[in-house]
Write a protein that binds this ligand. Structure first.
Ligand SMILES: O=C[C@H](O)COP(=O)(O)O
Length: 237
């Protein structure tokens, strides 16, 4: 399974470095079999020692190799550190940073052309959820328009917007229903994100069709993130 941490706009370079080393040690100590990803801020990217199944990724990038785009980070700056996994479509970029779907699809195509692993995030806001499952699925499928769902290195993260950073995860039956509906058309790994924590990760990982989690807030504590990896190792699917 995949257990991913998104630092968002948290941690200095020094703190991120110590966090990553601590998770490397945790995975070595526990002989973890999980695929672990850590999405650190740009300023914390570095050439980290290789640890089996642990990759540091980028939360964002501008879809160019390099060029004149003041303040942006292109792929050349990621490749310098061997970064080969990226987040695309996170709801904070869609809703707070106002990324259009056309721009997200452009980023997707760019990362795909660079052969990067893509964690592609989709999720509905509360007002859509209140309209029921069919409205939720129509909203989610729109977020796949122009996205190559057959890309070999695609991983999908279903993150209901209303469950992100609220401490209130979606109900297990709701996660299961959405993942099962996504599975009808998608053959790629399906993650769930939205207030995942030590207390609920085990039950979420047991949800049918759930191949892992993308964790924000609760992963920012290294002991807690290590514990989540350990719990994932104990879940047999
Ligand atoms: O990328 C992670 C998600 O936005 C989930 O964040 P959260 O665990 O703080 O709800």
């Amino acid at each position: 399974m995949m257990i991913a941490s998104n630092f968002k706009t948290n941690y200095t370079r020094a703190k991120a470095d110590s966090f990553i080393k601590s998770i490397q040690a945790c995975m070595t100590r526990t002989k973890s079999e999980q695929e672990v990803r850590i999405f650190a801020p740009f300023t914390a990217l570095n050439s980290f020692d290789e640890v089996k199944n642990l990759k540091v990724g980028a939360q964002n990038f501008y879809p160019v190799q390099n060029g004149s785009f003041t303040g942006e980070i292109g792929f050349e700056q990621l490749e310098e550190f061997g970064i080969e996994t990226v987040l695309i479509g996170h709801s904070e970029r869609r809703h707070i940073l106002k990324e259009s779907h056309a721009f997200i699809a452009q980023k997707y195509d760019f990362a795909k052309a660079r052969d990067a692993e893509i964690i592609y995030c989709v999720g509905e806001p509360a007002e859509v959820r209140m309209q029921g499952i069919d409205a939720v699925m129509s909203y989610l499928w729109e977020q796949f328009e122009g996205i190559d769902i057959h890309y070999e290195k695609l991983i999908i993260a279903y993150e209901p917007v209303w469950a992100i950073g609220t401490g209130l995860s979606a109900r297990l039956e709701d996660i299961e229903e959405v993942l099962e509906r996504l599975r009808e058309k998608l053959s790629k790994p399906l993650l769930y994100g939205g207030s995942v924590k030590v207390e609920n990760i085990e039950s979420i990982l047991h949800v049918k069709e759930c191949d892992g989690v993308l964790v924000g807030t609760a992963s920012w504590n290294e002991e807690a993130f290590c514990e989540m990896i350990r719990i994932a190792d104990s879940v047999k699917k």
